[in-house]
Design a protein around this ligand. Structure first.
Ligand code: G3P
Ligand code: MG
Length: 239
């Protein structure tokens, strides 16, 4: 198994502000070994960890990340909206996330969030950043819903394992997975059927499912052969 049976989704999004260092620390304190986080591009070419294309939902600011600088993003509070206890929490850079995960010995599923930008505008900076600073072998897996982004990433960094994300398993999933050199298929859990999990496993891929916030669904998915589940709340999903 490449990742663990339970992976903290956006850190531990129900228990700490999503995609923050506090989220990583929360996941770690609850015994998780892996977290999933989203990487996005800023207007000045810097990379930060954030899910949306705008900062409105998760910070006290407003506006698009693609028209912001790192200095502007760093001035925002990504914690106070979640709870006062997290006031002052920053939107982290990819580098800060890698530093903390290294210190804690944790693994990262880095999801490349394309939003609207051209593929190379985000993928090439991610490649450069990971060449400068990465995690030990076996502690990093890169994923994306965006096929072209994964393909470009894999061409530049073939040694880093890649997972193709699908909300629903597409009819041509095998061809897509093959083209990006995927080792795993990360799937939305809601529409997922046992036969689909079997199909993917039979082709030699691992399956990871998002987002699973109940023990009964996690148990069911594990019983189908799913390697791991992404959860917002590791207190609710225990292996
Ligand atoms: O990588 C799994 C999951 O995070 C994909 O969906 O929207 O939560 O990034 P989303
Ligand atoms: Mg994600």
């Amino acid at each position: 198994m490449r990742m663990s049976a339970v992976i903290g989704h956006r850190g531990a999004a129900q228990l700490a502000p999503e995609n923050t260092l506090a989220g990583i620390r929360t996941a770690h304190a609850l015994g998780l070994e892996w977290v999933e986080m989203d990487v996005v591009l800023l207007g000045d070419g810097q990379l930060v960890i954030h899910h949306d294309q705008a900062v409105n939902r998760c910070t006290n600011g407003s506006g698009e990340l693609l028209s912001s600088t790192l200095e502007e993003i760093k001035a925002l509070d990504a914690g106070v909206g979640f709870s006062k206890e997290f006031a002052g929490e920053e939107v982290p850079t990819l580098k800060e996330v890698i530093d903390l995960l290294s210190e804690l010995g944790m693994g990262l599923n880095l999801e490349i969030k394309m939003h609207k930008h051209p593929v190379d505008k985000l993928v090439l900076p991610v490649v450069e950043a990971l060449k400068q600073k990465s995690l030990p072998d076996g502690k990093l897996l890169v994923s994306s819903f965006d096929h072209d982004a994964l393909k470009l990433f894999h061409e530049h960094m073939p040694a880093i394992p890649v997972a193709h994300l699908f909300e629903k398993l597409s009819v041509d999933w095998q061809e897509q997975a093959r083209k990006v050199g995927a080792v795993a298929i990360n799937l939305g859990q809601k529409p997922l059927k046992r036969s689909q999990v079997q199909e993917v496993i039979n082709e030699g891929y691992e399956v990871y499912c998002y987002t699973v916030n109940s023990q009964s669904r996690a148990d069911e998915l594990w019983s189908w052969g799913v390697s791991g589940v992404f959860t917002d709340n590791p207190k609710l999903v225990i292996r």
